[in-house]
Design a protein around this ligand. Structure first.
Ligand code: AMP
Ligand code: MG
Length: 410
């Protein structure tokens, strides 16, 4: 078992377990936020026919050659084409077709003039300028060619991507299955929601932020509930979760206290311990086990420590397991607007509020920063990444800040 490893080493070890968990076919109405498991190739061009981008008159530009205010061109309106209809026939020389936005253009037309730019009397329109072929025409396939790869396997299905799938007439798509992640809280002090608060006890809150984080990472959380600090009970919970789920996250009992039994329970469940303790504060007492390619990640019970360890270590692997291509959070350089007076013996991830002002990022620490304090975790939108051995942060000092995903921010 490795002990006291760097965050990079922990991430590297996790990468060995980063395979996706299969595919499924779903309706595109359910596909927003899912990850494509297939390339999407256009079966036909978009638009499927040349069309008018405005309400006006379709004509052949050559019929307006030399036209000006003094000698305007006159054309006969031979047909009207509404969006959804087909032209009655080709345009002959000297003819024009009234068209609405989205109407297919007739053969023989190479330009469209807007309704407001002509004058019409009866079936004759007059145009007082020479037009250029190609103006105001949306050619067939302008946006997408037939056979073009429009979306790649591994892409996020965004609102616009759903639109693209629908424009191509697709009703179903193949997406990666979401990894199923068990969340087990450990601790004799934990009460379920709904129980009356008793002396010495606290509510099992960790289950809920972690479940939300699992969802944000593309997984499905399965909250198992609270297990007392008993080695055999924790091992039994791990053992049954290993049979059901793709990954297991525990909180509590990962440190060095008399009732910190998750490490031993991992062994008792038949899993191998990969590492214990990671060089990061908060979150040092993380422990990791593995059985048959499935990871057990044991996080500190302290609510903010558990969340931060999840962000830095678990989120990247879970996103990869979910088929997502981007797993890294953006890191920006920010200027401290207030000092932070503590030294950082270990690498520290400091909850901070980062704002963009006057062309630069500025950071302030987000309140009470002990690993169990949650208010600062709610307030923060970034984690300042302070290297091990760094002294206090001065006002004006430049720091690296990891920006949290939008769904983490108020
Ligand atoms: P531990 O990691 O077991 O040493 O716990 C560290 C701190 O986190 C203690 O104050 C625990 O009471 C608290 N804690 C442990 N599990 C949870 C939980 N599920 N929800 C909220 N706080 C917890
Ligand atoms: Mg405990």
């Amino acid at each position: 078992m490795l002990q006291s490893i760097s965050m990079e080493k922990a991430l590297e070890i996790f990468q060995e377990y980063a395979s996706t968990v299969g595919m499924e076919e779903i309706a595109i109405t359910d596909s927003f936020e899912r990850i494509l498991a297939e390339d999407i190739v256009a079966g036909f061009p978009l638009p499927p026919f040349s069309r008018s981008p405005l309400d006006g008159y379709a004509l052949c530009a050559a019929d307006t050659a030399g036209a000006d205010e003094l000698s305007p061109a006159s054309l006969r309106v031979s047909q009207t084409i509404y969006a959804g209809e087909m032209p009655a026939g080709p345009l002959l020389s000297g003819e024009t077709a009234a068209v609405t936005t989205g109407a297919p253009l007739p053969e023989g037309c190479d330009t469209v003039i807007k309704f407001e730019a002509i004058s019409r009397v009866g079936d004759t329109i007059t145009i007082s300028s020479a037009l250029r072929a190609g103006d105001n025409v949306v050619p067939r396939g302008e946006d997408i060619d037939r056979g073009e790869k429009v979306l790649e396997r591994g892409s996020n299905i965004t609102p616009a991507a759903v639109g693209l799938l629908a424009s191509l007439g697709l009703q179903r798509v193949k997406v990666f299955k979401k990894p199923r992640v068990a969340v087990i809280s450990t601790g004799d002090e934990l009460l379920d929601l709904g129980e009356p608060l008793r002396p010495g006890k606290i509510y099992n809150s960790n289950l809920h932020p972690l479940s939300a984080q699992i969802k944000e990472s593309g997984g499905i959380p399965f909250p198992i509930g609270a297990i007392p600090d008993e080695k055999t009970a924790i091992a039994a919970a791990l053992k049954s979760a290993l049979m059901e789920y793709d990954m297991i996250i525990t909180t509590g009992g990962a440190s060095v206290g008399g009732k910190d039994l998750v490490k031993e329970a991992i062994v008792l469940s038949g899993a191998n311990t990969l590492f214990w303790k990671v060089g990061m504060k908060p979150g040092t007492p993380a422990v990791c086990g593995e059985k048959d390619g499935k990871l057990i990640v044991g996080l500190s019970g302290n609510p903010s420590a558990a969340m931060i360890t999840f962000i830095m270590l678990v989120r990247p692997i879970l996103r990869t397991m979910a088929g997502k291509r981007s797993t890294n959070l953006p890191v920006v350089s920010a200027e401290m607007e207030e000092p932070f007076r503590k030294k950082s013996c270990q690498r520290r991830l400091l909850r901070a509020i980062v704002t963009w002002k006057n062309g630069a990022y500025h950071a302030i620490p987000a309140g009470i920063l002990s690993p169990g304090a949650l208010k600062s975790m709610v307030a923060c939108n970034a984690l300042i990444d302070i290297p091990a051995g760094h002294g206090p942060l001065q006002r004006g000092e430049k720091v690296s800040a990891v920006l949290l995903p939008a769904l983490y921010c108020l």
